[in-house]
Write a protein of this length. Structure first.
Length: 167
């Protein structure tokens, strides 16, 4: 099941509020408690994003926006536990930020710049579908398995260019 609600209020054309929820449950009929659930089913997930866009371009800037988002992964304890096939996974929440704009001069785009930060609060987490969570103990951290990516800051620069055919 997946539900998506995308809200764009007419009175606030510059505001976007997007929500989604996904949930999968897979049962094996007649299975014992340890084999009741099929293995490797993703945890339920709720995502939201609030995005604002500039209504009117500013001097030398257009298509500018700012966004903040949240991804909440619920715990996954409906697992195939027979033969130690998989283990339960704890819930976690990731926060992300984004900003972007196009820079132009004389009605021509010079470049576009985007900056995003994922896992803003640097949460330590393991995705339920990660096979790396079963790696042995990390002697440096004392935690079992390899955790997913921490805070990630990325920059994207798009610069258009044209090639002119010579005479």
């Amino acid at each position: 099941m997946e539900i998506i609600v995308d809200v764009h209020p007419h009175v606030f054309h510059w505001l976007h509020f997007e929500n989604s929820f996904s949930f999968v449950q897979a049962l094996q009929k007649g299975g014992a408690d340890s084999t009741k659930y099929l293995p490797f089913i993703p945890a339920p997930k709720y995502s939201l994003e609030l995005k604002t866009e500039l209504e009117k371009p500013r001097k030398n800037f257009k298509n500018s926006y700012f966004s903040i988002g949240l991804d909440n992964y619920f715990s996954q304890d409906k697992i195939y536990s027979a033969y130690n096939t998989e283990t339960a996974t704890s819930a976690y929440t990731l926060i992300r930020l984004g900003v972007g704009t196009e820079v132009y001069s004389k009605s021509k785009t010079l470049f576009s710049l985007f900056v995003s930060v994922n896992n803003l609060t640097d949460v330590g987490y393991q995705s339920h579908l990660s096979r790396l969570k079963y790696v042995g103990e990390n002697y440096f951290t004392g935690r079992k398995g390899i955790y997913d990516m921490g805070r990630n800051i990325s920059f994207k620069l798009l610069a258009p260019f044209t090639l002119k055919k010579g005479n």
